[in-house]
Design a protein around this ligand. Structure first.
Ligand SMILES: Nc1ncnc2c1ncn2[C@@H]1O[C@H](COP(=O)(O)OP(=O)(O)O)[C@@H](O)[C@H]1O
Ligand SMILES: [Mg+2]
Length: 385
């Protein structure tokens, strides 16, 4: 698929901008602080509803304004989809697809599919389990948009259940245990779908990861990903000791989940929060015989992260009904040496559309089908074509 057109109003440092993207490589060139990341942020938001790490979606609304508009026209074969988002500071956000109102902004998911590369991706390898869960969950939403609702249902059930556990603890009330049983059922229902899906996606992703890491690094060690879960481990509360998930069968997972909750109930009542479930699970990343986290160097972690993204793109390409995802590379040129950069470009040059940002530098890799844009102070100008 490709994005034909992007229109932003009062978004970050843009008052109003229209960009006509082309098939092939679109290169956004401009100095620091001119507005390159803001453009890709808008596209990513349409594709995932994931905003910036800090500041929430409100931080994307141009300072001093009440609302932002983001409009993306996506195209696959001869079908076009217009996705429109209205971000409001105080009021709730609204969305439209092909000019028609949709019940929730979540309804826009699935029309614009992207895989986003950024130097911050090395977090996936080095940082907290939450970064790895976010990585796989965002990929799941690209593959199966309906999961966005399941993630949010699970979050809600978890929150309610935690506050109930806290209440039972502080009030020493046993009459609330029946209500707990009801929340167990929601937690298990939504949670088992998530555990099964993460297992399924990690299993499919792993061979692509192995191939991508070899190609981009030139290193022959195997890079692999697998999912481990708190419900597959009887005693452990430490994610590094969790056992591997071995099935995508939701019934089996639900039974294990239910057994774990029963076993842990006394401890959960004591602590006042939920001790097992997808919110505690982990993805295990291995390079050769070593766990990636803690063992591999910063440079290797970055190549591992790039490989995870390349693998995600390949998986999406293989599974999606709407062709290739749009690849977005924000500021990654400066963190790769020339050799690896050229290898990365060779690996992604066959994708329908690639959007790359770069602070102007002397040497650019070789591209065939390329359109260049200059970004300066919240204005965008196409340089050629
Ligand atoms: N909500 C906002 N309102 C107005 N300007 C903003 C807002 N958020 C960020 N900016 C500014 O937008 C500019 C562009 O940022 P960014 O797109 O990250 O630049 P680049 O990626 O080109 O370095 C920065 O100068 C930043 O200070
Ligand atoms: Mg930037």
């Amino acid at each position: 698929m490709q994005i034909k057109h992007l229109n932003l109003v009062n978004f970050r440092n843009y008052e109003s901008v229209d960009i006509a993207f082309q098939p092939g490589v679109n290169l956004l060139l401009g100095g620091n602080g001119q507005g390159k990341t803001s453009i890709v942020e808008a596209i990513i938001y349409c594709s995932s509803l994931v905003g910036p790490r800090y500041g929430g979606y409100q931080s994307m609304i141009k300072l001093g304004n009440e609302k932002s508009l983001v409009r993306a026209l996506a195209r696959y074969l001869d079908k076009e989809f217009l996705v429109e988002l209205e971000l409001n500071h105080t009021d709730k956000n609204r969305a439209k697809v092909n000019k028609g109102d949709v019940p929730t902004p979540r309804s826009v998911l699935g029309y614009v599919k992207t895989i986003h590369f950024t130097p911050e991706d090395s977090r996936i390898v080095h940082d907290d389990p939450q970064d790895r869960r976010d990585f796989i969950d965002q990929l799941i939403i690209q593959l199966s948009p309906r999961f966005a609702a399941i993630f949010s249902d699970y979050e809600r059930a978890l929150k309610q259940r935690n506050s109930l556990l806290k209440n039972i603890r502080t009030l020493s009330s046993t009459s609330m245990i029946e209500t707990l049983e009801a929340w167990n059922q929601s937690l298990i229902g939504f949670g088992s779908q998530i555990i099964a899906k993460r297992y399924d996606v990690a299993t499919k992703l792993s061979p692509y990861l192995e191939a991508a890491y070899k190609k981009i690094s030139g290193d022959q060690r195997l890079a692999t990903i697998s999912s481990v879960s708190s419900i597959f481990s009887s005693e452990s509360e430490n994610s590094t000791d969790y056992a591997a998930v071995t099935t995508a069968d939701e019934k089996i997972i639900a039974e294990l989940f239910s057994r774990q909750l029963a076993q842990l109930q006394p401890r959960e009542l004591e602590r006042g929060y939920t001790l097992v479930g997808p919110h505690r699970d982990e993805l295990k990343l291995m390079l050769g015989e070593y766990p990636a986290k803690g063992f591999i160097s910063y440079g290797e972690a970055w190549l591992f992260a790039v490989s995870l993204k390349l693998a995600s793109a390949e998986l999406l390409r293989a599974e999606s009904q709407s062709g290739d995802p749009v690849l977005i590379l924000d500021d990654v040129f400066s963190s790769l040496d020339d050799d690896r950069l050229q290898r990365l470009m060779d690996l992604i040059s066959g994708y329908e559309q690639v959007i790359i940002t770069d602070a102007i530098r002397g040497k650019l890799p070789v591209f065939e089908n390329i359109t260049r844009f200059e970004i300066f102070d919240g204005k965008v100008r196409q340089l050629d074509g």
